[in-house]
Structure formats: C-alpha cells, structure tokens
Design a protein around this ligand. Structure first.
Ligand code: PGA
Length: 258
C-alpha cells in the first residue's frame, strides 16, 4: 500500500506555546488515522523544537528542523549544528526551502553539503526544489529541477535513499502572492523529478517520496494528491490551524481511497 506524506513548515510563525498547542491539537484530531497509511510531519521554528519534541508523540507527528549547518561546530554565528538537532531528538531536516534559496541566497553547493551532513548524522533530509517564474517562462523548469537534484544529491550513495525526501515547490506558487500549480503541471514536473531520481539511484529511487508544495489549500489538495507521481502534500498557510489541516488530510485520504 502506498503511504502518503502530509507535512507543514511553520516558517517564522508561532511562538513556543502556540506551537505546542497546535501539535497537541493536531495529534488529537488525527490520532485515529493509521500511521501505516500516512506520515504526518511538522517543521517548527528552532526555538520551539525542544518543547515541541517533549510534548508530542513522535509516532503520531514526526518533527523536523527548518535548516541546518553542514558542520558540527565552529565559527558559524547564527547557525544550528546537526548535534544540536540530535539533542532535541529531531530526525528530519528540511534543506533548501525556497525562502532559504531566494531570500537568504543559499546555493545548490551548500544544500549538497547540508544533505551530506544530515545523512552522516542519521537525519532524514527533505530537499526542496523548484523553478522560478522566469525559468518557467523560458521553458527550462525541468532543467532547473534536474540541476537542483543532481547538485543537491551529488555524491550521495544509493544506500542512503531511505533517508531522502524531496519537496517540489515552484517558487512562483509559494506564499500569499503565489499561484498554485495546476494538478497537470505538478504531475508533469513530478514525472521529471522521478525520472531524474531514477537516473541517479536506479530502482531504489522509488523509495524517495516526492511531495508537492506551494499554495496547497482545501480546494486543490484532492486533485493534487490523486496524481500518480505525487506522494504527498507539503502545506504552508492552509495547515497552520490544526482543524483545517486535519480536514485537508482527511479529504485527501478520501480522494485516494484510504
Ligand atoms: P504555502 O507555503 O502553502 O503557504 O504557499 C508552502 C511552503 O513554503 O512550503
């Protein structure tokens, strides 16, 4: 049975107290859903991680960090080390979110160092990729995605694929000014991503879930999740109220017959 992934990055929203209340409520609302069917994960702010980790059953909601440095320690002011994430019992880290790439200028080479470091520390790496509106306009979306994958996963052994996740989030689709991708467009790009992953890792690449993100909402969640190459939904704004996210998940599950 195919497992579906549902997750949310809380970005720079929610205080520690708001985060723990949100997680408690989300765990309660979804605890009857068998976790063999879905993987539910939330990525809170760094300052919330310790209390979030202590307040939630990790079997119900997996927690992750929004970013990580590629070194264990050193002169990297403002960065967070993989050892610090391990201390808060994180086993998932998001790497290369669109806002990291486009607001903070991160490059594929850095994302690759972070992916390698995450794997070296037993963390699952969720690599986010996506083309800009300009890339799309020039028809080079697939090439950009391939480059982000090939650089981001450069020198990663196929033995590690069990700890790799990908989120496809077109830059033009994210946030309040974003336009969600149509289901057809998202499916086409997911197909390109899966083709590239297969070239890189062979048959084992099928173990890598590829999630769609970018203005997922209650109106488009179902048509996206039914696409054969979409393995999950990575939701921002529409997930930040536990009851709304629970409803979106249940509607999506119904749409795929779970
Ligand atoms: P959004 O955010 O759903 O609010 O567009 C998506 C994301 O940045 O992951």
């Amino acid at each position: 049975m195919k497992k579906y992934y549902f997750g949310s990055n809380l970005k720079m929203y929610k205080t520690i107290r708001e985060t723990t209340a949100y997680l408690t409520s989300l765990a309660e609302l979804t605890n009857d859903i068998g976790r063999e069917k879905i993987e539910l994960f939330i990525i809170p702010s760094y300052t919330s991680l310790e209390q979030a980790s202590a307040s939630v059953d990790h079997g119900l909601i997996r927690l992750g960090a929004q970013n990580m440095c590629w070194e264990e320690q050193g002169q990297f002011t403002g960065e967070i080390s993989p050892l610090m994430l391990q201390e808060t019992e994180m086993d998932l880290v998001m790497i290369g979110h669109s806002e990291r790439r486009h607001v903070f200028g991160e490059r594929d080479e850095e994302e690759n160092r972070k992916v390698k470091c995450a794997l070296d520390h037993g963390l699952t790496a969720l690599l986010c990729i996506g083309e800009t509106a300009e890339d799309k306009q020039y028809g080079v979306g697939p090439e950009v995605l391939r480059m982000q994958l090939k650089k981001g996963f450069h020198e990663i052994d196929s033995a590690s694929v069990g700890k790799l996740w990908v989120a496809y989030e077109p830059v033009w689709s994210i946030g309040v000014n974003g336009t969600p991708a149509t289901a057809e467009y998202a499916e086409k790009m997911h197909g390109e991503i899966k083709k590239c992953l297969e070239e890189m890792f062979g048959e084992k690449s099928r173990e890598i879930p590829v999630l769609y993100g970018g203005s997922v909402n209650p109106d488009n969640g179902e048509e996206l999740i039914v696409q054969p190459s979409i393995d999950g939904l990575f939701v921002g704004r529409a997930a930040w109220q536990a009851d709304r996210f629970n409803e979106l998940i249940r509607n999506a599950m119904k749409a795929v017959g779970l």
